[in-house]
Design a protein around this ligand. Structure first.
Ligand code: ZN
Length: 170
């Protein structure tokens, strides 16, 4: 297991469409283990393979930094409701913007051994599913925003929501 370097906005690798994973082998398992380590170290909610320079359809998400959900060749199969809130990205460090996403998202994906399964997420997980899957098609959340939030706007949002101040980046 190792920490991999996170590619930041401006690198064209983040704008490329990723290829499906076809080999569920040790190389994939090492990539997923490294992505989990990298996600935990960065204290993020999600990380997509292109963010560590690999153009394959694999993402890891976590809502608590402990349990990691691996999604290989994921696709969204259902969405419900709506949520609007600040979103960040480990490839756009230190910045946030308001993005509207579905409140609940169901995805279909393969696990690290190639078995298909479905998973459902709400709130932060639903947001992470949408955000990470967009990375696989070369898109960043910044395409959905008209401006980055100022520190004041961000704090005002969290205060309004009654949250403890905690930064989440995907
Ligand atoms: Zn991101």
């Amino acid at each position: 297991m190792a920490i991999r370097k996170i590619v930041v906005q401006g690198d064209e690798i983040l704008n490329k469409v990723c290829k499906p994973v076809t080999a569920f082998d040790q190389k994939l398992h090492t990539l997923l283990d490294d992505m989990a380590d990298t996600l935990r170290q960065a204290n993020g909610a999600g990380l997509a393979a292109p963010q560590v320079g690999i153009l394959r359809r694999a993402v890891v998400v976590s809502d608590d930094g402990e349990e990691i959900l691996e999604l290989i060749n994921p696709e969204i199969v259902a969405t419900e409701g709506e949520q609007t809130g600040p979103e960040g990205c480990l490839s756009v460090p230190g910045k946030f913007g308001m993005v509207t996403r579905p409140y609940r998202v169901r995805v279909r994906a393969q696990d690290r051994n190639g078995q298909w399964f479905e998973a459902e997420g709400e709130e932060l997980m639903a947001r992470a599913f949408c955000h990470e899957l967009e990375h696989l098609d070369g898109h960043l959340y910044v395409e959905h925003i008209d401006h980055f939030l100022s520190e004041e706007e961000l704090m005002a949002y969290y205060k309004e929501q009654g949250y403890d101040i905690e930064e989440e980046e995907n």
